[in-house]
Ligand binder design. Structure first.
Ligand code: 5GP
Ligand code: MN
Length: 335
């Protein structure tokens, strides 16, 4: 459980020349924003840098700078990724994993993890397993974006828009627009510096929150019309099937934000959103108000996250999974 010092991470960035940056499946604003900002920081140091993720970049993040540099592993092959990583001379780059509590979170991208010289783990999940050769885990940080910003400042990076726009995006998405309990005075301090150096809050907010496809509003409508409150009155929940997605002409990206909407119901403490995935399992998102720790609960199902926002994936039939999860949640005696 060793946490490295900021300076040790910076020295590592300076010492090596080849880096691969990756983050978790189901990419979110913090994963992408922190990747793109770190990419620019390392590029300023004239390093060779690749960004490789398992999943495709969600459409709403295409406004960010340098997204054309991101390689999506599921659109290529293991041999393509392998060649990209080791290059012609079979060198070993440093792998930097962002926003991922364990190494499995990045998915099945790399044929051979021993192709990397070191693994560097930069994260803000308190459940982090310290899987890196180097670890920089800061559970108090709002987002990995905030951590990357602190590193950039310490490194005297030129903080321009290729860094400020992705980091502001990381922070605003991971704090629910500065509303969640991970928002601190430090977060606002960092945000102020980002705005001073080129991030424009309303432009970024318009790109992320006022750019919805009709299909994502339709699927939100379906989710809301099936919204239920459990018998204890403490849990709001809803579920989306593959058929519902098809009827709304929607894809898996379009469900983003549904769980946050259903948390807004007056009087409930926890929101649970179930959805069938293309590979026949059930993805569950948990959100909570106040002190109800959904990270702790999601870990019981092999998942994790943060105290007020967590998730997991379970194999099974939707109706069985719903019954099982709601029953276990009610048995927690936390209400
Ligand atoms: P979401 O519900 O938006 O997918 O995820 C909320 C939070 O929980 C994020 O911090 C995300 O990284 C984490 N999370 C979601 N699913 C999983 C999972 O299957 N395993 C772990 N360890 N964390 C997850
Ligand atoms: Mn994050």
């Amino acid at each position: 459980m060793k946490n490295n010092k900021k300076q040790e991470i910076i020295d590592l960035f300076k010492k090596h020349n080849n880096f691969v940056i990756s983050s978790h499946v189901h990419l979110d604003g913090d994963a992408i924003g922190s990747e793109l900002a770190l990419y620019s920081i390392l590029k300023q140091l004239k390093k060779d840098v690749l960004i490789i993720n398992q999943d495709q970049l969600p459409e709403i993040y295409r406004f960010l700078p340098n997204t054309d540099k991101i390689i999506c592993a599921s659109e290529t092959s293991f041999s393509y990724i392998n060649n990209a990583v080791t290059g012609k001379n079979n060198f070993k780059p440093v792998l930097i994993v962002l926003d991922s509590s364990n190494l499995d979170r990045i998915g099945n991208i790399f044929l051979d993890i021993s192709n990397f010289l070191h693994i560097v783990n930069i994260d803000h999940h308190s459940s982090n397993s310290y899987f890196g050769d180097f670890n920089f885990v800061q559970p108090k940080a709002s987002s990995v974006g905030e951590i990357i910003f602190n590193l950039a400042q310490k490194m005297d990076s030129n903080i321009h828009e290729d860094i400020t726009i992705p980091i502001y995006t990381a922070i605003t998405t991971d704090t629910g627009s500065f509303r969640y309990s991970n928002t601190s005075a430090k977060t606002f301090n960092v945000a102020a510096k980002l705005v001073t150096s080129g991030a424009v809050p309303d432009e970024i907010a318009n790109n992320i929150y006022k750019n919805a496809k009709l299909s994502s509003l339709k699927i939100l409508g379906t989710a809301l019309s099936n919204l239920k409150i459990d018998s204890t009155g403490n849990i709001s929940w809803t579920a989306i099937t593959r058929d519902m997605l098809a009827d709304a002409n929607a894809n898996d990206e379009d469900v983003e934000g549904i769980v946050d909407k259903i948390l807004s119901v007056k009087g409930i403490q926890i929101a649970v959103f179930f959805r069938e995935t293309p590979d026949n399992s059930i993805k569950i998102s948990f959100r909570s108000k106040g002190s109800y720790n959904v990270d702790y609960f999601a870990r019981k199902f092999g998942g994790g996250g943060h105290p007020n926002a967590a998730g997991c994936q379970i194999n099974g039939i939707l109706s069985d999974v719903i019954e099982n999860v709601l029953k276990k949640l009610q048995q927690e005696n936390i209400f």
